[in-house]
Design a protein around this ligand. Structure first.
Ligand code: G3P
Ligand code: CA
Length: 246
């Protein structure tokens, strides 16, 4: 890999309300290679929200699973923005930007498999899929892989585990996505030996990103894509040019 891939975490969670359309636009405006988002099922819809409750990120209260889609859509997810649907985000993000869909809740594999389609044009990076589906729930991820075997998958892990190799092989993983503290040089080398890339979350310090890249990490998820602006050689600029309002 010639350069580090930069992926906006929940859009650009440090710069704009997380998992909202303006947040994804903010990340794209800062030149990310990809955006990451979290999905849950709401009735017959797939909505983009991280927590199982709406309390932290909206002006509402309660479990996502106990609210109707209409009730969820009336909530303010920040700056007057509604909780977006997955379809809305896929339509809004330019086709050359990778979208990493993280399956958060039960039933997401089937719902997302029914919704995603191959995006029409290729990525700007020669070695990056247009869609990447990931999950901490490796069984849910396997269900997704069985339904859509041609879409790239990535098991997620907050800690290193001996089960990770099997989880990666079961979905023919494009990458294994690790908490950056678990992305030690030895663990990254192991992941690479399985034929997978390693992506690390959540990396907001460009110096830390530089170390990870040196040990073989392919890309990082960041809340602050503005800290990573620039061309490949200056990927690690620490001076933000402009920020998005939150
Ligand atoms: O996919 C990387 C990262 O988003 C996983 O953790 O809790 O931010 O969804 P979390
Ligand atoms: Ca996530």
């Amino acid at each position: 890999m010639e350069r580090l891939l930069v992926i906006g975490h929940r859009g650009a969670a440090g710069l704009a309300p997380e998992n909202t359309l303006p947040g994804f636009g903010c990340a794209v405006g800062h030149g990310v290679d990809g955006v990451e988002l979290d999905v849950r099922v709401a009735g017959t819809e797939v909505v983009v929200i991280h927590d199982d409750r709406v309390d932290r990120t909206t002006n509402g209260t309660g479990l996502v699973s106990e609210l109707s889609f209409d009730e969820l859509r009336r909530l303010d997810a920040g700056g007057g923005e509604p909780i977006p649907t997955l379809g809305e985000v896929l339509d809004a993000v330019p086709a050359h930007i990778m979208v990493n869909i993280e399956l958060k809740g039960p039933g997401t594999a089937g719902a997302v498999a029914g919704l995603v389609r191959n995006r029409s044009t290729g990525p700007t990076h020669p070695d990056m899929p247009t869609l990447l589906v990931s999950s901490f729930d490796h069984r849910e991820l396997r269900r997704f892989h069985e339904l859509r075997p041609r879409i790239a998958c990535a098991p997620l892990a907050g800690r290193w585990s001996d089960c990770l190799e099997a989880a990666a092989r079961a979905v023919d993983a494009w990458s294994v996505n690790l908490a950056h503290r678990a992305a030690t040089p030895a663990n990254v080398a192991a992941v690479r030996s399985w034929g997978c890339r390693c992506l690390a979350y959540t990396v907001n310090d460009p110096r830390r990103a530089r170390m990870l890249f040196a040990s073989g990490v392919t890309g990082v998820f960041t809340d602050y894509p503005d800290r990573f602006v620039g061309e490949p050689a200056s990927r690690f600029s620490s001076s933000a040019s402009s920020r998005c309002s939150s």
